[in-house]
Design a binder for this molecule. Structure first.
Ligand code: FES
Length: 154
């Protein structure tokens, strides 16, 4: 498939007019991560309610259309959902939500925000995990992710 097919209208819409992209001061949980292959970064802020629901979700980041548009789609999708529903939202679900078929490397770009979200729900703001990961920056992006390493196919 051509590169062009990736940039379907709904993908470009999310890239150009992202949902809840920006600073969010009331986060209870947050995390950020990086795709070491391409350097794209995503930060996710969540406000979790006492009964385990995502009351509000925001993201910020920098990078390609795929990583940024997919983050916008994900944030819009998970707002109002319970943590259980978020846990059940699989990588396959994320790729389906994005839409256009992607090569394995591009799938990692699309799953960046999804991975960050999985950790964010377990990372209270002010906790050690959230702070440490926030400072990782350029040195070792791999450490940000559980599961399959994003750098294994460089
Ligand atoms: Fe953007 Fe890979 S090129 S995350």
């Amino acid at each position: 498939m051509s590169e062009q097919d990736i940039y379907e209208e709904h993908v470009l819409d999310h890239y150009e007019d992202p949902y809840h992209r920006g600073e969010f001061d009331n986060a209870t949980h947050a995390h950020d991560g990086k795709n070491p292959l391409c350097g794209d970064v995503i930060h996710i802020d969540l406000k979790l309610s006492d009964d385990g629901r995502i009351e509000e979700a925001w993201f910020s980041g920098a990078g390609c259309v795929i990583s940024q548009a997919s983050a916008s789609m994900l944030i819009e999708k998970i707002e109002g959902k319970t943590l259980e529903e978020v846990n059940q939202f699989s990588a396959t679900d994320m790729l389906e939500l994005f839409g256009p078929k992607l090569t394995p490397n591009r799938q990692k770009c699309c799953l960046l925000s999804w991975r960050v979200l999985q950790t964010a729900v377990h990372s209270p703001v002010g906790s050690a995990s959230e702070e440490t990961n926030g400072e990782e920056g350029d040195d070792d992006g791999n450490a940000n992710f559980g599961g399959p390493s994003l750098s294994e196919e460089s």
